[in-house]
Ligand binder design. Sequence first.
Ligand code: ADP
Ligand code: ZN
Length: 230
Amino acid sequence: MTTVSGQKSGGLKLVLFGPPGAGKGTQAQLLRDRLGIEHVASGDLFRHHLSNGTELGEMARDYMNRGALVPDEVTIGMVIDRIGQIGGGEGFMLDGFPRNTNQAQALESALGERGQGIDRVIHIQVADDELIRRLSNRYICRACQRPFTRDAATGAPPERCEDCPDGGDIYQRDDDTPEAVANRLTVYHQETAPVLDFYRERGLLADVAGEGSVEAVNASVLQSLEIAGE
Ligand code: ADP
Ligand code: ZN
């Protein structure tokens, strides 16, 4: 593998890859603080549209609640537009996109037109039974999207987000129901996992074990980027 310090052009461009519940969002926040690159999460973009009641959001709602992929005609444009708003010299990390090989191809073409490309794809690996356990215990801050979990001792989720100045509201996502979770995992294995081969063939894939502590996973992620941890 080439070192990511030999980036293709501009800031570091990463894909955080892995099944729902692998910890992509958590690692993205740590990487953003550390590297100062933008976090572009397709699911967050959709949820933003949903809460603003846009046409795109209305269109995506049913797919999301079922845990199905929103059609590419909608998704690809939305994410590529968002990337286009980021200056050429700045880096970003994608989270939740690409989720099938068609999206991976569209991303490669769009970046290619700008003389850019993805520098590394970090694949966070977690077994299905652990993912199911995590998703059923997951809560999100409505304001900043930070994930939280139930308190180990009391079994209760936190009442307010400690990161948000006015204490963001904590809620459980509609698609973290058992049926939707099962469907999201099936979709991941059938449609999303083939994207791994797409990036493996291009020599961009780094596998990271995702079942350790947040800190341990973060250390492995930084190692995969050849950046020393604390
Ligand atoms: P998770 O990774 O926890 O499943 P996300 O927040 O990434 O959740 O996505 C939530 C939902 O948004 C998905 O189940 C899907 O319906 C939709 N979605 C997000 N990203 C994509 C994408 N790249 N392609 C199609 N649908 C997407
Ligand atoms: Zn918050």
